[in-house]
Design a protein around this ligand. Structure first.
Ligand SMILES: [Zn+2]
Length: 118
């Protein structure tokens, strides 16, 4: 996640500055330019994974299930396949993922693009 989000090195998730300090807690950095107490952030800030207690492996599994199914999956199916959690949590995860997958104003892909049947 860190390498994908910041290929040129970690930058502040709020101001974008590169002068950040790695904290002792894993996957946490601090930017002292944002405010006097320092802004603490992780690679999950501003993503669909922010403020959740589920591990990323569960999120990735649900994303995979949503993307590989032609009709998508319902919340209850997601809950069953996640192996834990409530149907409400599974529904919330599916909702967040679907919202993140909505088309944006990004330009279309160019060059050689490979896709599979799904
Ligand atoms: Zn900052």
């Amino acid at each position: 996640m860190v390498r994908l989000r910041w290929p040129q090195g970690v930058r502040c998730a709020r101001c974008g500055r590169a002068r950040v300090v790695k904290l002792a807690r894993p996957w946490r950095w601090q930017c002292k330019q944002c405010n006097k107490h320092g802004y603490r952030f992780s690679p999950l800030v501003g993503t669909v994974f922010e403020n959740t207690t589920y591990p990323l492996t569960i999120w990735f599994k649900v994303i995979y299930l949503l993307c590989q199914s032609k009709k998508g999956i319902r919340a209850l199916q997601g809950q069953r396949r996640m192996g834990s959690g409530s149907s409400r949590t599974a529904g919330s995860m599916c909702h967040r993922i679907r919202a993140a997958l909505q088309p944006t104003a990004r330009p279309p892909l160019r060059g050689i693009v490979e896709v599979d049947e799904t």
